[in-house]
Design a protein around this ligand. Structure first.
Ligand SMILES: [Fe+2]
Ligand SMILES: [Fe+2]
Length: 165
């Protein structure tokens, strides 16, 4: 990173890089959970759910890109090996072993709620110390809030359909 770019970071950079790498591990696991979920999901409203899962997968990958760009700018090394995803993750990985739509929606809602918690803590940490990272995190957090909302509204429609059948 350029000298001036480094000067404006008023917090422990190694600590920040570590937190960004943990978030990067989350994004990769979230990407795969959505992507594989879209392949195996079964049940009512399957088509609507598949397109939402695929859209979210794409957006999680965009988040991974944003995080890596910032990690490299800060002079850090992004997670280099898949084995580290499980070691670093905050939110873990829920395998879609039960392919029923309702179950997959619940798993991903849980994941989004964890992501919202993680990014909102990162916002607090970077607010004063690193405005550039703050901006990146805010962009990602806005998407995660939208993701939670989209999944919850699909789940609501599914529940209504089953009740009023
Ligand atoms: Fe994400
Ligand atoms: Fe998300």
């Amino acid at each position: 990173m350029g000298q001036k770019g480094r000067e404006i970071v008023k917090m422990n950079v190694d600590e920040l890089i570590n937190l960004l790498n943990k978030a990067l591990a989350d994004e990769w696991l979230a990407y795969y959970q959505y992507w594989i979920g879209a392949k195996v999901v079964k049940g009512p409203m399957k088509d609507a759910v598949i397109s939402e899962l695929n859209l979210h997968a794409t957006e999680e990958l965009t988040h991974a890109n944003l995080l890596v760009t910032r990690i490299v700018q800060l002079g850090g090394t992004p997670v280099l090996t898949p084995e580290d995803w499980n070691k670093l993750t905050n939110c873990g990985y829920d395998a879609p072993v039960d392919p029923y739509v309702g179950e997959i929606l619940d798993q991903n809602i849980k994941g989004e709620q964890c992501a919202i918690k993680v990014y909102s803590a990162l916002l607090d940490i970077t607010r004063e110390g690193d405005p550039v990272t703050y901006d990146v995190i805010l962009t990602i957090l806005s998407d995660e809030v939208e993701h939670e909302e989209d999944l919850q509204s699909l789940k609501e429609d599914l529940d209504l359909m089953l009740i009023r059948r």
